[in-house]
Write a protein that binds this ligand. Sequence first.
Ligand code: CTP
Length: 402
Amino acid sequence: MLTDKRILLIVAGGIAAYKTPELVRLIAKAGGSTRVILTDAGAQFVTPMTLGSVSGDTVYDDLFSLTEESDMGHIQLSREADLVVVAPATADLMAKMATGLATDLASTTLLATDKPVMIAPAMNVRMWEHAATQQNLQTLSARGVHMVGPEEGDMACGEYGMGRMAEPAYILAAIQSFFQASNRLMGQRALVTSGPTHEAIDPVRYIANRSSGKQGHAIAAALAAMGAETTLVSGPTNLPDPAGVHMVHVQSARNMLDACESALPAHIAVCAAAVADWRPADEAASKMKKLPGEAPAPLSLSENPDILRTLGAAGNKRPGLLIGFAAETDSVVENAQKKRLSKGCDWILANDVSAGTGTFGGDENVIHLVDEHGVEDWPRLSKIAVAQKLANRIVDTLEASR
Ligand code: CTP
């Protein structure tokens, strides 16, 4: 049920806009209320009159309308909802959201809101697959925007593929599970590590690895979206800070360990960072010079602290549910089982990072979850879906142990 939940529905200009009155009706039937913003392009596919009569309210469409601004400014519009739903979310509106453009009431409201946002993308398959749209999607996911759909099927333009807006009943189900999920980890403290570490050789050079941080960031975003008080400790990445997390940026493994220890106690910890196992034994205080005719100085290495193992052995400070990853190229599951025991953690998410799998830096992951009971093989999933699945499993486990 959606009793007393207020949805701000933003209807953009796609043919699927004609399905939004049905969505408004379903939300009302579930006990929620809807206020609608309709873009100019959206109004080509569905009339303000139709949306106004199903929502029982004015349909807002004009950023500069004096009456609307005085009765209901866009800031107020964006703040008084419990959830902002964009359906259909066109490629254009997603691009505006990703870059922070505010050119009309819809995009301005999306920039001004401090409320959770869910998008139901709808567009032609080529537009959906375009690198620009995919990158915008990544940016929005990393910021904690929730997604529903799109689906695969026949398109209004005659093509077939991914890009159809999820059906209204499906969007309603996503809204309902958002509200159910959003407090399932309330009162829980979570710690997540992400990204690579940089181990300094001298002031300009460092040792690093190919980790993008996508998986760790997505996990932190998913836990925060379920209400956990989440600290994300990350090495250097190109990703935006996920919404709703307490972010700690670090460089080296030793910085990461300090930040993790400061974030304790935690009920849940997920170590997704690709921590460098070794660091240069002596960091040069000034830039190492290349001297003509001289052989390069050998680089001697020292072992870094193992953060997961340290957390696993932290006695009464050990997180209640401690989860690690295992990046493997051979005997993936066997090595993960050994790692789970040697690092003292509860679950290991093992993944194959061999060349050609595209896991490191890519958008997808194939996980084998190893716990005390055995192994669970997950299908190939986007890193965002892996994060969601993991968060659900964490919630189920914690709820079962209460
Ligand atoms: N890990 C950690 N600190 C380290 C090394 C690894 O916290 N210094 C964590 C990772 O975040 C991951 C798990 O340990 O959750 C396993 O990391 P992985 O790189 O697969 O294993 P290593 O311990 O580095 O062992 P190896 O490289 O020999 O497989």
